[in-house]
Design a protein around this ligand. Structure first.
Ligand code: B3K
Ligand code: ZN
Length: 844
């Protein structure tokens, strides 16, 4: 397969001045008529007229009205064209119903919908399908569907047709079309300059009761972007559509966002607090793309983090403002460590701005998104808030309507702050998680911190330069007073010291506050000091982190030396959990144990081969010991987490219910499932129903409740995804592969729906000890399923391959088994480019 390189970028030889499309809808034979005005691009001397096109049946092609016979291949067509502006017209036929890849125009439950990012528009018609080619679009949809939508503002419509005009030039990846039997949840929004905007959430009949929360989230996002970034909406309508079959979360098509129904539909009875928070964040994310992505887009797909890193950063700011900033920060760090760190430390490691790809869909990664957002957070911390917003204003003013690069982005900060950011760019070009170690000394009242940074080699990048690392630190006295409030140290060298003067006693450092850089910090410190920080640190992140470090150290000692759970840590947890003055959400986060995969990585980093079963046993022992040590207070603590009255999906209620779930997990270990059974029976919202069922399943006492849950919810697709996932997630390791296997044979399982597939297979991959069963049954099942899915849906298959990315951590026996499965996948005849690239990189 061909590899594409960042260094090979050249602009397209033609400018697109106007696009007119007509769709004649038919499930198996949709006709797409295109009329495109091209002009030679004066900046390009060597012009080649090549239009992308895949899986298209070309019916006819004309230039300026005269039939032409282009040279057509599997990937597109080329043609002789005039040296002057000309009009290209083509008619193609496509088959939406046969499109199981869910890219291009496809059907989901009888409804037409599209997904074009990154390169799906070429499956709709012949076009220069690259983000730096921008044009206005006029679209006419012909068909007998009740609702027919496209981008931009509505034009004429009538019996059997609807027209749409998008006045804002856009790349083809932002094109969208939806048609079907849909109902809308309408609302309106007035922008701060007084523009009246019609808002709609479009759903299948039956789902209209699940739109209100998403609509509120949309309006909050619109207000927030005006207030914080000064950005207003720019069309007369904003449409959101919920689709059941969707490869990812959602898509920011101009004026017509398309959402995986799991990321927009919400009701208290069917959605958990985590669902509500995620829905609010994704609605915001897609809306924010209107400026960071749509008005200013990417020159090429190597620049993906330009829109994704920035938009993730913006949606995180939004969530922090709407809910709790410390809770959001801790949740994001947990996520980053669970998803991005393993990527950055394994065979799939790539820079935030990759330099080569075979299939761009494989680069919508935690590194591009989440590390991309961390990089922006560091930039903001280095230049300060005021300079950050000033730079953003310059970015919007200077680049509106353009397709940009990371160089443009950095230049905006350089020009507006006068700083030289050359070294900072290493964050975009060099992969791998920096290891930061620190030593301290105290002499004559001067306290000195000496940091060392080192980034391990990653595939194709042996040498790493020092990065600019903003290290936020604070200093505390042994009685818990803050003697140095949070200060950002700017580390630029491989080794660097920072001194603080005028102390009578040796201060206690709180380092990497608010997780000010995406690094792995190692510091030898005593359990006593960590317990002190867990009790007294004034920064919520480092306070939580101290607990996490204690948890990890204790868990590792249990696995390596057969130690008992650390009593200092147990005591610290007991007093925290009983401290009613502390935010329940924070207490829930402190009670959340490190994941087993995280412990496996920590062991591997120390040169110890992780044993998934031993790690699992240690986790169980620890939880059991904690439950027993708290046994007297658990019923009282549990009662204090019960929320009376109607369910409200806000941060306060969610925090209390998160703590409820944690305490119930402990209580179920000692009360035989009594409290969980009662909670299941009386639940008036999905959050507590779900957590009760999870506790009972984990205790293997949930068969009746699982059956009742199934009967109650079998007609609700999204709740059934939970039912499928929970059984695998809570399974004892030795049973997990067999349970997952039997669920793939359940009548409601379908490999064609990505949500359902991920519910089962994603849960298996997340059940660490279950997936890594020594007999290889977990690996085999996943490989079987990936081989079955690949011909239908390469994107989802390829994405799920990352479950194998950590394989080199494990023992030779497991490695052999994983290697064999990866090779079996790779040897599959007709394997997609997507999956082939992933498997090859993982094997390398
Ligand atoms: N931009 C889309 C992701 C498209 C993924 C293509 N494989 C959603 C988002 O990041 O908002
Ligand atoms: Zn995005």
């Amino acid at each position: 397969p061909e590899t594409f390189y960042l260094k090979d970028y050249t602009p397209f030889g033609y400018v697109v001045e106007r696009v007119e499309l007509v769709f004649r809808l038919s499930p198996e034979a949709t006709r797409v008529l295109s009329k495109i005005r091209f002009a030679p691009n004066p900046d390009v001397s060597d012009r080649e007229f090549f239009l992308h096109g895949e899986k298209l049946k070309l019916i006819s092609a004309q230039i300026d009205g005269a039939e032409v016979a282009p040279n057509v291949t599997d990937t597109g067509l080329s043609c002789e064209v005039p040296d002057t502006p000309f009009t290209w017209e083509a008619e193609v036929e496509i088959n939406p119903k046969a499109n199981t890849a869910l890219e291009g125009l496809y059907m989901s439950n009888g409804m037409y919908c599209t997904q074009c990012e990154a390169e799906g528009f070429r499956k709709i018609t012949y076009y220069p399908d690259r983000p730096d080619v921008m044009s206005t679009f006029n679209v006419r949809i012909e068909g007998d569907e009740k609702v027919m939508l496209s981008n931009g503002n509505p034009g004429e419509s009538g019996e059997g047709f609807a027209e749409w005009h998008d006045p804002w030039p856009k790349p083809a990846y932002l094109f969208a079309l939806v048609a079907g039997d849909l109902l809308n949840h309408p609302d309106r929004f007035t922008t701060r300059s007084g523009k009246d905007v019609e808002l709609n959430i479009w759903v299948r009949p039956g789902d209209e009761g699940k739109c209100a929360f998403g609509m509120e989230a949309l309006k909050k996002s619109m207000t927030w972007d005006e207030e914080v970034y000064g950005r207003e909406y720019d069309l007369d309508v904003f449409n959101i559509v919920a689709v059941d079959d969707f490869n990812m979360g959602a898509m920011e098509n101009k004026g017509l966002n398309i959402f995986n129904s799991s990321c927009v539909l919400a009701s208290p009875e069917t959605s958990t607090d985590a669902n509500f928070e995620r829905i609010e964040a994704i609605i915001a994310h897609e809306y924010f793309h209107n400026w960071t992505g749509n008005r200013i887009t990417c020159r090429d797909w190597f620049q993906l983090c330009l829109k994704e890193g920035l938009t993730v950063y913006r949606d995180a700011q939004f969530t922090a403002d709407m809910r709790s900033a410390p809770v959001k920060r801790i949740e994001d760090v947990i996520e980053l460590r669970a998803r991005q760190f393993p990527e950055d430390n394994g065979p799939l490691a790539h820079p935030v701005r990759p330099e080569a790809f075979q299939e761009i869909n494989n680069f919508y990664t935690a590194t591009v998104y989440e590390k991309g957002a961390e990089v922006i957070g560091m930039l903001k911390r280095l230049v300060g808030d005021e300079a950050y917003y000033k730079a953003l204003d310059l970015y919007f003013n200077r680049h509106d309507g353009q397709a940009c690069t990371i160089e443009d982005w950095i230049k905006v900060f350089e020009d507006s702050t006068g700083r030289d950011l050359a070294q900072f760019k290493n964050w975009y070009s060099q992969a791998g998680t920096p290891r930061l170690s620190v030593d301290e000394s105290f002499e004559d009242g001067t306290y000195t911190l000496t940091f060392r940074q080192k980034t391990p080699p990653t595939p194709g990048q042996d040498h790493k330069d020092p990065k600019v690392i903003p290290i936020a630190v604070g200093l505390l006295t042994p009685t818990g007073d803050e003697v140095l409030p949070t200060t950002v140290l700017e580390m630029t060298e491989a080794e660097q010291s920072f001194s603080f003067e005028g102390f009578k006693t040796r201060p206690i450092p709180s380092i990497l506050r608010d997780f000010s850089a995406p690094v792995i910090l190692t510091r030898d410190s005593s359990a006593k000091e960590r317990a002190f920080l867990l009790a007294h640190d004034t920064d919520p992140f480092t306070r939580w982190e101290a607990g996490r470090e204690l948890a990890k150290a204790s868990r590792i000692a249990m696995v390596i030396d057969g130690a008992s759970p650390d009593s200092n840590y147990l005591e610290a947890l007991q007093s925290l959990v009983r401290d009613d003055h502390l935010d329940p959400a924070f207490r829930a986060l402190v009670l959340a144990p490190p994941t087993e995969s995280e412990i496996a990585q920590a062991l591997a980093d120390q040169g110890v081969t992780p044993d998934p079963d031993a790690i699992h046993d240690a986790a169980e022992t620890f939880a059991q010991t904690l439950a027993q040590s708290l046994s007297d207070s658990l019923p009282r603590l549990f009662a204090a987490t019960l929320v009376d009255g109607a369910y409200v999906p806000d941060a306060k209620g969610a925090g209390l219910r998160a703590l409820n779930g944690r305490i119930l997990g402990l209580l179920t270990r000692i009360d035989g499932g009594e409290a969980a059974t009662k909670q299941f029976e009386t639940a008036n919202n999905m959050t507590v129903q779900n957590s009760a069922l999870a506790c009972l399943l984990k205790a293997e006492k949930g068969d009746a409740q699982s059956q009742a849950f199934f009967e109650q919810w079998q007609d609700d697709r999204l709740v059934m995804d939970k039912w499928f996932g929970l059984q695998v997630a809570t399974a004892r390791p030795e049973r997990a592969p067999a349970i997952a296997q039997s669920l793939t044979e359940h009548p409601l399982f379908t490999i064609k729906n990505p949500n359902r597939f991920r519910a089962v297979m994603g849960a298996l991959a997340m059940n660490h000890a279950g997936f890594h069963q020594a007999d290889g049954s977990g690996y085999r099942l996943l490989a079987d399923q990936l081989i079955a899915l690949d011909p239908l849906n390469p994107q989802t298959t390829a994405r799920m391959c990352s479950a194998f990315q950590t394989w080199k951590r494990y023992d030779a026996g497991r490695q052999d088994k994983i290697r064999a499965e990866l090779k079996r996948i790779k040897a599959t005849e007709g394997l997609s480019r997507d999956t082939n690239e992933m498997v090859s990189r993982i094997l390398d």
